[in-house]
Design a binder for this molecule. Structure first.
Ligand code: NAP
Length: 381
């Protein structure tokens, strides 16, 4: 299985008109499908970091055939993580297939047949039910686990880690670390530098979340709906609650008794846990938008003391994994990169100590795979 380019629609699904436009874009740069300009400084990532001098280890990935699982492999390869053995885990439907990784093919195993004995680190990214069932067995069999699902994130004794912020929570004997929600990661990466300068009282955040955040099926649905809609045909709605092509959906996850969705609850609770601010007021609205990769956040933050525009810019410029830009940071600018990029910083003119800004990050990389691999690197230190 090869890793698809998640930023560009598959060619065979495009209508002839879009295909023509796409070809013109490729040839003459008409920007029908704008690509990040790699010569600009927005979203430059730290792909030079390498683990090649470490002892080779055996890894497993539950969810290996999904968009996050495949991105974990890509990030491990880029960072030259020393892998001597690999167990890709997926459902019965994928069993028997081989996945390409680390220079060779590996047979997919199902949860029922997998044995973690001899495996050093397992990444779990196949939904909370599987993690709840299989993570205890992996740990019992001597494996250290990075879990990228909701299964353990809010458990008190499980560290919820963004290495740039609270990597010190990973100790030599830590067996299980939870990787936060993709939107929460982009939010805390932008808030943590501010918090070091002034107390934060309240955060109002609206997220514009890409379709890859809902997984492989949702991405295919976006492609099919885009083609059907441009042909004026009926669109099929399965993976998401409403048509996503040429639309926005202000509902991600189930609605809770509070009126907020599960995704919005995660943004609030995980932000409070990572920043160690249990009383922090967070007012989230999560919106699915028809971008393929990259979550964008509009953030209004109310502080307990003064912080001017220049001071905030400097904090972001000096924070690891964050950049401030005077350009217009978009999801496409960061797709494929590991940096969270902040821009459009303004004073909130209605409050004495409040700022408003925009932040973008690749949900599959820093929002999931890169953050998970960074945690695994902490295991290996
Ligand atoms: P995806 O593209 O739909 O892939 C799901 C993966 O999980 C596939 O490999 C699938 O195997 C496997 N899987 C599902 N149920 C399984 C089971 N019972 N036993 C074994 N394997 C199973 O989804 P994704 O976007 O990669 O997300 C995976 C997880 O990461 C979810 O828990 C999600 O909440 C979390 N996450 C996603 C993002 C994101 O931006 N997408 C960010 C942070 C966290 P088959 O191929 O055989 O179906």
């Amino acid at each position: 299985m090869s890793v698809p380019d998640l930023r560009i629609p598959p060619f065979d699904l495009l209508t002839p008109v879009i295909a023509l436009w796409y070809r013109a874009d490729q040839k003459f740069g008409l920007r029908a499908f704008p690509r990040p300009d790699r010569t600009r400084s927005i979203g430059s990532s730290d792909k030079t970091k390498t683990m090649s001098n470490k002892e080779p280890i055996c890894i497993a990935i539950a969810g290996a055939t999904g968009v996050v699982g495949q991105t974990i492999v890509r990030v491990l390869e880029e960072r030259r993580f020393p892998v001597s053995g690999y167990i890709p885990i997926a459902t019965e439907a994928s069993s028997g297939a081989d996945v390409e990784a680390f220079g060779r093919a590996w047979p997919v195993q199902t949860p029922a047949e997998v044995d973690f004995t001899g495996t050093d680190i397992a990444f779990f990214t196949a939904g909370a039910p599987l993690s709840k069932k299989l993570v205890p067995r992996a740990i019992e069999q001597g494996c250290r686990v990075v879990d990228n699902t909701t299964a353990f994130r809010m458990e008190k004794e499980v560290p919820l880690v963004v290495p740039e912020i609270n990597g010190s929570l990973v100790k030599p004997d830590t067996k299980l670390v939870a990787c936060p929600n993709c939107t929460a990661i982009v939010l805390v990466m932008s808030l943590a530098p501010i918090l070091r300068a002034a107390p934060i009282h309240r955060v109002v955040v609206t997220s514009f979340q890409s379709v890859s955040g809902a997984g492989r099926e949702a991405l295919s649905e976006l492609d099919r709906q885009t083609v059907a809609d441009t042909r004026h045909e009926e669109t099929e709605i399965k993976a998401l609650p409403k048509q996503i092509a040429f639309n926005c959906i202000p509902l991600i996850g189930d609605t809770r008794a509070s009126g907020y969705t599960k995704e919005e609850e995660k943004i609030t609770e995980e932000t409070q846990k990572i920043l160690e601010q249990p009383g922090l007021h967070v007012v989230p609205t999560a919106v699915r938008v028809p971008t393929r990769v990259g979550h964008a956040l509009s953030v209004n933050v109310e502080l307990g003391g003064p912080l001017d525009i220049e001071g905030a810019r400097k904090l972001w410029k000096h924070a690891p994994g964050v950049e401030y830009t005077d350009d217009i940071p978009t999801p496409l600018d960061v797709a494929g990169d590991d940096t969270v990029v902040v821009g459009r910083l303004r004073r909130d003119l209605t409050r004495p100590h409040a700022l408003t800004y925009w932040a973008v990050g690749d949900n599959l990389r820093k929002g999931a795979a890169t953050n998970s691999v960074q945690i695994a690197e902490l295991f290996s230190q």
